[in-house]
Structure formats: structure tokens, C-alpha cells
Ligand binder design. Sequence first.
Ligand SMILES: *Cc1c(COP(=O)(O)O)cnc(C)c1O
Length: 419
Amino acid sequence: MQKKLPFTHTQIEDIIKTYPTPFHIYDEKNMIENAQNLQKAFSWNKGFKEFFAVKANPNPYLIKLFSNIGFGTDCSSLAELEISNKVGVKGNGIMFTSNNTTAEEYKRARELNAIINLDDISHISYLEEHAGLPDIISFRYNPGNLKAGNDIIGNPEEAKYGLTKEQLFDAYKIVKEKGITRFGIHTMVASNELNNDYFIETAEIMFNLIVEIQKELDITFEFVNLGGGIGIPYHPEDTAIDINYISSGIEQKYSEIITNNGLQDIKIFLESGRYIAGPYGYLVTRVLHFKDTYRQYVGVDASMVHLMRPGMYGAYHHITVLGKENESATHTYDVTGSLCENNDKFAIQRQLPELQKGDLLAIHDTGAHGHSMGFNYNGKLRSAELLLRTDGSVSKIRRAETLDDYFSTVDFGGVTDFS
Ligand SMILES: *Cc1c(COP(=O)(O)O)cnc(C)c1O
């Protein structure tokens, strides 16, 4: 897929007069259009809902935009629950899919009346003890060797998430005996998956499981949450998934398995993050230095604290040099940040047009798991986040951190008295 930009070089030069580099900038128009297309694709299913995975991009302005078009939130921590609450997403608009959860988190999830999706059978009694049982409950299924995972999430048997099939039957039996009457079920076994059929197969496994559990335990499921994990074409050679193909494949399985077994009205939920926000973010950074040793290094003013994926997973993020979009890639560079860590590289041995000091680079696909994975190592500060609005204007939706933010957790008065 050809990697395009939603802004011009001139537009960015203009934005930089107000907001210095580095920053993440999000493309509202295409992001919302894609989100609406997802809803349209699944409109055959009454009650379909996408719960945006907040961890992918916890910016409240974006969460608000998504909630305006009918998305809920998928949360797994106290802060993510609070973000939902602050932007007005409450009750069954929140899916709480956590793991290794604290009592405090369960309490808050219950107060907000979120749908609780348990990651382990032992958490039934933990939830009951610390926050009380809700009237609707869901469990996360880990299919083990029934399904192959991928690199990011790993082999399901080695993944820390979810209940085994055997435990799942026990878990629903236990909560039924405790008086819970409303049920959902969840799984998430892939991350950044680009194979359309993978999602149809997952739905098939879940639909069959629902039929089996309903028959054995005589309980009725209200929803099946197929998780997130829909991939995006980071690499120009990748093919984007086809949401309409996935949806109609799932619709067919639904009719074969759910409808034909006399079940009905099971809502399909998704909790995608990357697919919703990923392709619509760009990290804009400026070339500061060149270094010519065993390799040609280009130092930019962003670093791994602004985008961790290349350093953490060796992930590919496409780079466009603004104003040189049509020049041929004649040079080979390692594009680096300034951390004292050699994996602080946005690109390794990447073919790019010849660069000059001051050139602006747009690093693609940073809308999900970009700014949100940021950290402060080496005293580096998190960048601003900007929103390129549908009308072409730019809104600052998060300022850059300052040194005062960095030092705000330390009382320096105490240091001077410290002996
Ligand atoms: C990370 C995560 C998601 C979102 O994953 P994407 O790859 O961004 O779609 C959804 N659900 C759970 C439980 C997750 O941990």
C-alpha cells in the first residue's frame, strides 16, 4: 500500500511555527471515516459495538471523537477507566478487560458499572470479595494450541492471558451458581494480524464455543467480544485488511453456527486499538546531526521515548522526507534518537533520499501504541499531540512535557535538607 501523507510540507512548516518538533499529529478526517466504515461493515449485527482500546491512544480528545460516533472504551487500568469517565463514557460503554488486576481497579470498574471481563477463574472470588459481583460477566478465553498466535502476542499457550477451555466451563458454572444471569465471552489471540481469514476463524471458534457452553450450562450469551489485534499496513508492501470481507465472513459463520442452532441476538463486540488509530498518526521530527562512521547515522530530535515500537519489536515504520516525496531513495541511513541505548533507532539501513540538516521527517503509523508507550528514560520529555481537524485547522490536544513536569514528583526542598 502506498504510504501517503494527509498534510503537505508547507502545512507542516506552518504548524512548526507554533508547535516545535517533535510532535505526533493525528488526521481526524481519515480516522473518523475509517471508524465509521467499521461500524457500517458490521451493521448487519444488531448491537455491534467497538470498544476502542484506550491503551493504544489514551488522548481524551480522540476518545471523545470516537464516543461521538458510538464507540465505547476498552480499559485495563485505573487511569484508563478515569479517562473514560472524564469524557463521559460510562456503564456498559466501558469494557474492563484487565489482567493481574488490583482490588482498587475492580472497585472503580464496578462503580462506573463497566462490563467486567475476567482474565482468570481465581478472579471470580477476588472480584466478589473486593468489589462485589456485577449482574453481567464475561471471561477471556485462551484457546491454547487450537490457534497459532503471532510474534507480538506470542503462542497462546505461552501467553499469560485468559482461561483454558476447561476452566471456562467451570467459571460460567460458578458464576451462574452465584446468581449471575447475564453473560458474555471474549478472546484475543493476535496482534497486528493482516490475514483476513484469521478473524473469521476466531469468530467461528467463539461461536462454536458459545453453542457448546449454552447447551451444557443452560446459560444465554448476550455478546461475544472478538478482541482487538486487527493489523495495519506499516510496510508499503503490506496489504491492508478488508473489513467488509471479514465482516461478511463472520456474518456467514454467525448464520451457520449461531442462528442455525436456534440462538439469536448475540452482539458482536470488538476492542480494536491499532486499526482505529494507528494509520492516522505521524511523528514529525527534524534532522539535527549526521555522523559518518561505520555507517551513516542521521540524528533526529525525536527518540525512542516518542515511539518505542522500532526499538522494542524491531517494528517497521515508514519514513517520508517532507519536500522530498518524489526524490529517489539513493542513500542508506540509520535514523537515530539520542538515548544512550543502541536500539534507539527509528530505522536501520533504510533507503532514503539524500538528507540535509533541518529536513523534516514524517514517521508513519504512530497513532496507536506511539505516544502512549512513551517514557522518560534519559530525562527525555514526552512530545505534544496535535489534531489535524477535518476543516484543515490544527488543535493542540496535549502539550509537550516540561522539565517542571519531569521534576514534579521530587521535592527538591527535601534534597537540600537531606544528609
Ligand atoms: C492491546 C489490547 C487491545 C488492542 O489491541 P490492538 O492490537 O491495538 O487492536 C484490545 N484488547 C486487549 C485486551 C488488549 O490487551
